[in-house]
Design a binder for this molecule. Sequence first.
Ligand code: MSP
Length: 649
Amino acid sequence: MDNTGKKKFYITTPIYYPSDNLHIGHAYCSVMADTMARYKRIQGYDVMFLTGTDEHGQKIEEKAKAAGITPKQYVDHVVAGIKELWKLMDISYDKFIRTTDDYHEKAVQKIFKQLYDQGDIYKGAYEGWYCTPCESFWTETQLVDGKCPDCGREVKRTSEEAYFFRLSKYQDRLIQLFEEHPEFLEPASRRNEMLNNFIKPGLEDLCVSRTSFTWGVPVTFDPKHIVYVWVDALSNYITALGYGSEDDSLYQKYWPADIHLVGKEIVRFHTIIWPAMLMALNLPLPKKVLGHGWLILEGGKMSKSKGNVVDPVVLCERYGVDAIRYFLLRDIPFGSDGTFSNEALITRINSDLANDLGNLVSRTVAMIHKYFGGTIPAERTAGEVDDDLIALATATKAKVEAYADEMQFSSALAELWALISRTNKYIDETAPWVLAKDEANRARLAAVMYNLCEAIRIISILVSPFLPHTAPKIQQQLGAPADVLTWEQSGEWGLLPEGFSVQKGEIIFPRIDIAKELAELEAQQKAAREAKEQARQPEGIAQISIDDFAKVELRVAEVKDCEPVKRAKKLLKLTLDDGSGTPRTVASGIAQWYRPEDLIGHKVVLVANLKPAVLCGVESQGMILAADCAKEDVKVLFVDNMPAGAKIR
Ligand code: MSP
C-alpha cells in the first residue's frame, strides 16, 4: 500500500520470443494474466501488468540472417505484429518491455557486473550439449535419448570459455524456499517436480555467457561474451520497473511481483534460476509463480495443423474477442492442459454465450419492451420464487472471488454460469407470458422483470474481467447507471433505481450453424496459411554455384517398407530400393503428415550421398525430399513415373 491507500498488484506474463506465428496457446497466457489484472483493477488495486518480448539469441540472429535483414529489423517487424495482436485481444498491459530496449540492456549489464564483482559469477570453460532452439545447455545425464529434454530436438556438443553463475551456492536456500513457502510455486505437482527432480539431486553452476554469436547483451568487461538469454530475459521483471536505472520508483512501488504467470515448460527457469539470481542480488523474491498447462490441438500439439484454425487473429475476427477469451478461460482448468478444437469453441459459444447469457439478456429486454414499453413500473410485489434467486445472486460474488483469487477462472466462470442458469430458470418458473395475460398481475410482472434486471446487473459486473467487451454491452441494454455497477455492488440486491428504462440492442452472441461454420473455417484457414506463406520473404538465401549443386547426388528410390520409430513420434523409418540392389534405410521426420501405408510403393527423391546419421536409434543413410507447401503442411515429392535408381540432375 502507498499513501493513496491502494493495494499494489504486480502481475507478469513471460516475455514472448518474437515470432510471426503467435498462436492461440500464447494468447492463453496473456488472456489469463489480463483477466487477473482486470479483476484486481476492478477490485480497486493499483495494478502493474507487464508483458513484452524476449528478443536476443542465436535463433533470432539466424532467422534474420536467412531473411537477409539485421536482427533488429527482424524483431522490430515481428514485435509490431505481437503488439497488434494484444491490441486486438484487448490485453490491457500497463507496460511492454523489449529486451532490446536500451534501459533494459544497461540494467542487465549492471546486474551481470555486480554479480561478477561480488563473486557470484566467475570465469571458466563450458563443455556440454547445446540446444539451439531452446537456447539451453544440457549435461549428458539430462539428455533424453541423446536429445534435448525440453523439445526433443538434436543437441550439439559445444565447448567454450564462459562465465558461470554460482547456482550451486543457492541450493540450500532454494530448498528452504520451496519447503517454507509452498505457495511460491503452484500447482503443487510442479513444486514437487522442481524440488525432487531438479533442486534436491544437486544444482550445478550455470553457464551464463556465450561467445558463439553476437546478438545479445555484451558483458561490459569482456565484450566478446554475450549474456545468456535467460539471465537477460528473467531480469526483465525488474528492469521494466526501472531497477538498475536512474529512476527506480516503479521498482520501489511494485516489486516483488505478486504473480509470475508462466507455461509449465519454463517453470524451471522461474523457480530455480530466477530466485537464485534475486538471492544473489539480495532482492525480495516474487510471491508466486503459477505454472499453467498447454493448449493442445485435438490429436496433436498446437503447432501442428490438424484442420483447426489456431490463428488468434482469424478467430477473434470471426467470433469476437470475448468469445475466444471465454473459451480459453472456461475450457482449461488451471494447471492442466486443454484441448482446442473449432468444434469445442463453437459449442461453447452456442451453449454458454448465445443460449445462456445472450438469450437471458435479449429475452429480458424484449419482455420489458413488450409488457411495459421499456420502463419497469414502480409498483412491485414479491413472490415465493424470488428469495432463492436473490440468495444465489448475492452469494455469487464471494464464490467467484474465491476461485478468481487463485486464478482458477474456469471454476469462477462455472459459478457465474450457475447464476445465469438459475436466472433463466426463474423466467420459466415465473412464466411472465402467463402473468401478462391478466392486468391484475401487473405489479407481480413488474417485480419479475425488476428481479431479472437485478440478476443481470450482478452478472454483468462479475463477468466484466472475463468478457470486457460484453459487460458494457449488457449494461447499456440494461440502462443501468454507472453508480450501481461497482464490483462491491455485485454482492448487493435492489440497487437499480425505480423507473429505469432498458434499451434494445444488438444480439450479444449470435448462434452459429456449426456444420456450415466448420466447412467455412477450413477453407479460410487454408487461404490464411497460403497468404502467410506468400508473405514470407524469400530473399537472403545464399546462392550456390553449379559445382556446389553437382556435389549433391539425387536419385529416384522406391519405398519398399515403412514403419514408425518407437522412440520418436515425428520419425518414419523407410526402406528404399535405390537401384543399387542393397536396401537403404532412411529416417524422415514426416510422421505427422504421412502414415506408412501412404508411402509404401511410391517413388521418392533420395539425397543419396548424405553422410549417414543416427536419429533416435535408426541409422539414416540419406534423406528424402519434401516440400513445405503451406505453413505446417509438408508434402513428399513423389516421382512415381520414373524408374528406381534413376539419377536426377
Ligand atoms: N521467451 C521465453 C520466456 C522468457 S520469460 C523471462 C518463452 N517464450 S515463448 O514465446 O516460447 O513462450 C511464452 C509463453 O507462451 C510461455 O509461458 C509458454 O508456455 C506459452 N505458450 C506457448 N505455447 C503454448 C501453448 N500451446 N499453450 C499454452 N501456453 C503456451 O518461453
